[in-house]
Design a protein around this ligand. Structure first.
Ligand SMILES: [Zn+2]
Length: 135
């Protein structure tokens, strides 16, 4: 399924980000005041996390992964309006995984990931290998 994400900064400075026309959910971890772009900071980090969480069907990716996405995506968007599609995000994730040699975007190969605010073993192969080696 292809989604279209859009951001608009209004003349009053307020930003609105939608996915297929509905507000893009975000949890305010980095930026309680909202989603931003065009610089390296907490608003763009929040936007990167929100886009990738939605893209990943509600499952947050590892902080390492969304911070890399912020650096090549939201931080570089200088215009007041932008649009990005599912296929663009797939391309960005492919580039990030290749550049940083990351197999699992959920845990960034640490074997642990966040599930509903708690750190848990990741379901990837790496996590199982880690668990079996500690037995
Ligand atoms: Zn993993």
């Amino acid at each position: 399924m292809e989604f279209i994400y859009r951001g608009v900064r209004h003349t009053n400075g307020r930003t609105v980000v939608t996915v297929d026309g509905a507000p893009l959910p975000f949890d305010g971890r980095h930026s309680p005041t909202g989603l931003e772009w065009g610089y390296q900071g907490s608003g763009p980090a929040e936007l990167a996390r929100a886009i990738l969480t939605h893209h990943n069907r509600g499952e947050p990716v590892a902080p390492t992964v969304y911070q890399h996405f912020k650096a090549i995506g939201p931080a570089t968007w200088k215009a007041d309006r932008w649009t990005i599609a599912t296929s663009d995000i797939d391309d960005a994730l492919r580039a990030i995984r290749s550049t940083w040699a990351i197999d699992c975007v959920l845990c960034a190969d640490t074997g642990r990931r966040e599930v509903r605010g708690h750190w848990s073993p990741c379901r990837c192969r790496r996590a199982r290998a880690t668990r079996s080696s500690t037995r």
